[in-house]
Write a protein of this length. Structure first.
Ligand SMILES: *Cc1c(COP(=O)(O)O)cnc(C)c1O
Length: 421
């Protein structure tokens, strides 16, 4: 394996600022100008004909491709060590477009049963309406995933660290299963970002991010992205509908299918303005993640010794069941999401209402520390069984630890915990 921190001869910190992008040739601007234009003009009918036919490179219409969005796509593909990337209107849009493209009616997804609430709703409610079924399995057991894969399976989907269950998937072990079965492995690495892990190096065929979270970093723009690692052979028996794109584009078949058919027709393009904001955010991802992770480790340690706290979910605690695996996969960093459990809902509400700094809000990966009570919000509509699987108890609180001074964050939780006694 290549040096985790110096994958392309430069450190990841450097690639976030320089990788896969050059200053704008027309203006010299190091960040891409915001090409806030729906379409792009050509001098001659002959030239536009060539661009439409793909015989000459060029932008046509921003639902298909846009220069500002391409800049972000190239940079993230580069960071992930992938072959190509496609930006989408949101993380959900990246996942739903991919699922529609790979599966089609009659196809099946095998998914981790502890996944982001929006993805769970997509897989369990929306896609069945379109004829795509999902089998949910325990992703902490590669054998359970293997047993769930049938002839109709078109993709396996897992998250690096799920929340609020805080499960860590053993990607190398899962990739062994998916390779044997000939199914593409899709990894949602939103909470780990390209700074903690390049899932491709552990066998992921496709990587998705909600760029709304840490990549943007400031909670200012929704977006998603999908990276093809280049490891899956799309001449696959499970995906015969991609054959025409294999003929046209070879290893780039999936990207061609997305750009020229499924992604284009479903229409979930990322806006140039949002791509610009994600690109700006990405430049500081490494320094932000370092602080996010160290603050979270400190808060987890504080909460763990507090008498009112029954349990802390954070893979960075040495007695956590995923500690060894997480250390290995994420290079000694453990992300900035933690959960902790109080006695009941009343205590949790009292704590949230007593926090002065932490913001009660349904997002993660922002500069500020965020808290939410999952059972009464994100999981409000879920059955008790689903809550149990997700580890969502009535006293559970999820924290996305921000970039404030660590003593101020701990101080805020300390004073709020005093109020619940
Ligand atoms: C937020 C999130 C998504 C969905 O992304 P949006 O940009 O909100 O659509 C998907 N997966 C994970 C892990 C997320 O946290």
């Amino acid at each position: 394996m290549k040096d985790r921190k110096k994958p392309e001869g430069h450190h990841l910190e450097t690639l976030m600022i320089h990788g896969g992008g050059r200053p704008d040739t027309a203006t010299g601007a190091p960040l891409p100008p915001i090409a806030q234009s729906n379409a792009f003009s050509y001098k001659s009918a002959e030239q536009l004909e060539r661009v439409f036919a793909g015989r000459e490179p060029g932008y046509i219409y921003s639902r298909i491709a846009n220069p500002t969005v391409s800049f972000l796509e190239n940079r993230i593909a580069f960071l992930e060590g992938g072959m190509a990337a496609l930006a989408a209107a949101s993380g959900m849009n990246a996942i739903s477009t991919l699922a529609a493209t790979l599966c089609g009616a009659g196809g099946q997804i095998v998914s981790s049963r502890t996944i982001f609430g929006g993805t769970y709703s997509l897989f369990s409610k929306t896609l069945p309406h379109l004829g795509i079924e999902t089998v949910f399995a325990d992703a902490t057991s590669p054998n359970a995933l293997a047993a769930a894969i049938s002839d109709r399976c078109r993709m396996v989907f897992v998250e690096t660290i799920s929340n609020p269950a805080m499960d860590v998937a053993d990607l190398a072990a899962i990739a062994e299963v998916t390779k044997k079965a000939g199914v593409p492995l899709v990894v949602d690495s939103t909470v780990t970002t390209p700074y903690l892990i390049r899932p491709r190096e552990f066998g992921a065929d496709l990587v998705v991010h909600s760029t709304s979270k840490f990549i943007n970093g400031h909670g200012t723009a929704i977006g998603g992205i999908l990276v093809d690692s280049g490891s899956f052979d799309w001449r696959s028996e499970r995906h015969p509908h991609l054959e025409e794109f294999v003929r046209k584009a070879g290893p780039f078949a999936l990207m061609a299918a997305l750009r020229q058919r499924y992604g284009r027709d479903l229409g979930g393009c990322q806006s140039p303005m949002n791509a610009f904001l994600q690109t700006v955010g990405l430049e500081t991802l490494a320094v932000r993640m370092d602080r996010h992770c160290s603050n979270t480790a400190s808060l987890a340690t504080f909460l763990k010794q507090h008498p009112a706290v029954r349990r802390v979910g954070y893979p960075g605690l040495t007695d956590n069941r995923f500690y060894q695996l997480a250390s290995r996969q994420f290079g000694g960093k453990f992300g900035s999401i933690l959960t902790f459990e109080l006695a009941n809902k009343e205590q949790s509400f009292r704590l949230i209402n007593s926090l002065r700094l932490a913001t009660n809000l349904a997002n993660l990966g922002e500069t500020r520390t965020l808290v939410i009570h999952p059972a009464s919000t994100i999981f409000q509509d879920c059955a008790d069984k689903e809550k149990e699987i997700g580890g969502v108890t009535s006293g559970l609180i999820r924290v996305s630890v921000g970039l404030e001074h660590c003593e101020d964050i701990i101080g805020d939780f300390a004073q709020a915990l005093q109020n619940i006694a």
